[in-house]
Design a protein around this ligand. Structure first.
Ligand code: C5P
Length: 392
């Protein structure tokens, strides 16, 4: 999610500083390169060596007396996003006042990108008129605030002021980087492989894991869209994803058709069975009865049903091919989609079940190859393309 991104983590002097270590680790795990600025007060709560071990580089602590000529402008030029966690009342006050007399606030003032702030303090301090004023100023300055949340505080107290959990801060960093460019969009995604019953315990299925569809749904939600994910597979959790679990092509069709009316974009990442047993056996087939004759019938074409809507949403189809992606070229017009994403599922390391994919993307303007990369990266690139296409 943060592959290739440079994240500057500012740690200030509150007891929640110990959780900044876990946040740093989650940022690194998400693919970011992380550098850390620690204020002097934060060093009372957590050792710089901890941050160095997690991020691979020693934290910056001083504005003056370092070998670097201008640490604040260099760090500001390096970062794609700055996240301050925990942010004390004092640091927020200095940010709101533009008081750049320490390395962290000086760097924030020299930085033009998104800044995420995760406040942590006692309830009385959070509710004090001075902090209220500062929060209003920071929000007006475009700072992304995440939390605080209610819960146990330092010294055995309880109430509002606890730092948001590292996972929520990570989500806020991702959202801040993408700028919420899909906010206001309603998106439907089909994912996973359908299962068509042969008898009450057996089905005709396929090898789709749902990972590509999940990545498409999650990146859309993270970029601000309201997503309906119709899937046969385990789904990601996100406040803007509503999951409709289904099993068969018929169930998927009913759910997608209901959700797609009036939506802005529909993405068909599911591997839908083209045929299903016409008369599934009501009881388990028995070996003793010998090999059954299973008559098949066609399933509904879910995509075609949505393509026929008036007005129809922007449509993205997928084509899982074997033996190259050239055969998918005709599907752009045959299926009536705006974008067709084709992959060769027989290539090792990509496609069904894998965390990576390599695809050929067909649009009315031609085709492009997207080389092997994570399914998250493919999903983000696909949304970039849809944003461009829909703005024309
Ligand atoms: O199987 P095929 O390559 O034709 O699938 C192309 C696209 O059509 C895929 O996006 C798939 O999700 C969608 N599809 C569908 N309903 C079907 C079969 C395929 O929506 N019954």
């Amino acid at each position: 999610m943060l592959g290739g991104r440079s994240v500057l983590l500012g740690v200030t002097g509150g007891v929640a500083a110990f959780k900044a270590a876990y946040l740093a680790r989650r940022l690194v795990e998400s693919g970011a390169t992380v550098r850390v600025i620690m204020t002097r007060a934060s060093l009372e709560f957590i050792g710089p060596q901890t941050m160095a071990a997690i991020t691979g580089s020693p934290p910056y602590t001083e504005l003056f007396g370092t070998e670097t000529v201008s640490p604040h402008t260099e760090l500001a030029a390096w970062a794609d996003v700055i996240v301050v966690a925990p942010a004390t009342a004092a640091t927020m006050a200095r940010m709101a006042g533009g008081e750049s007399d320490d390395l962290l606030v000086a760097t924030i003032l020299a930085f033009t990108g998104p800044v995420v702030v995760a406040p942590a303090m006692h309830t009385e301090m959070w509710e004090h008129p001075a902090t209220r004023r500062n929060v209003t100023v920071l929000a007006a300055d475009g700072i992304h605030l995440v939390g605080p949340v209610p819960g146990p505080l330092a010294g055995g107290d309880e109430g509002m002021g606890r730092m948001a959990e590292p996972e929520a801060i990570l989500e806020a960093v991702i959202a801040a980087l993408h700028g919420g460019d899909l906010a206001g969009w309603s998106v439907v995604v089909s994912a996973g492989g359908t299962r068509e019953p042969v008898d009450p315990v057996r089905f005709l299925g396929n090898r789709s894991s749902g990972k590509m569809g999940n990545a498409i749904a999650l990146t859309a939600a993270r970029r601000g869209a309201a997503v309906t994910l119709v899937t046969t597979a385990p789904a990601p959790t996100h406040p803007r994803i509503s999951v409709v679990p289904v099993d068969t092509a018929a169930e998927m069709a009913a759910a997608v058709w209901e959700a797609a009316a009036g939506c802005d974009v529909a993405v068909f990442a599911a591997a839908v069975a083209d045929f299903r047993p016409a008369e599934p056996a009501p009881t388990k087939l028995r070996r003793a009865d010998g090999p059954p004759e299973i008559r098949l019938e066609s399933t509904p074409d879910i995509l075609a049903g949505v393509a026929a809507l008036q007005p129809r949403p922007f449509l993205v189809g997928f084509a899982a091919e074997t033996g190259g992606t050239a055969a998918a070229a005709g599907k752009l017009t045959a299926k009536g989609v705006d974008v067709l994403v084709a992959n060769d599922v027989t290539t090792p390391g990509i496609g069904f079940g894998a965390d990576s994919n390599a695809v050929t993307v067909f649009t009315a303007g031609g085709s492009e190859e997207w080389p092997r990369q994570s399914k998250d990266a493919i999903a983000n690139r696909l949304w970039d393309l849809v944003v461009r296409a829909r703005s024309h």
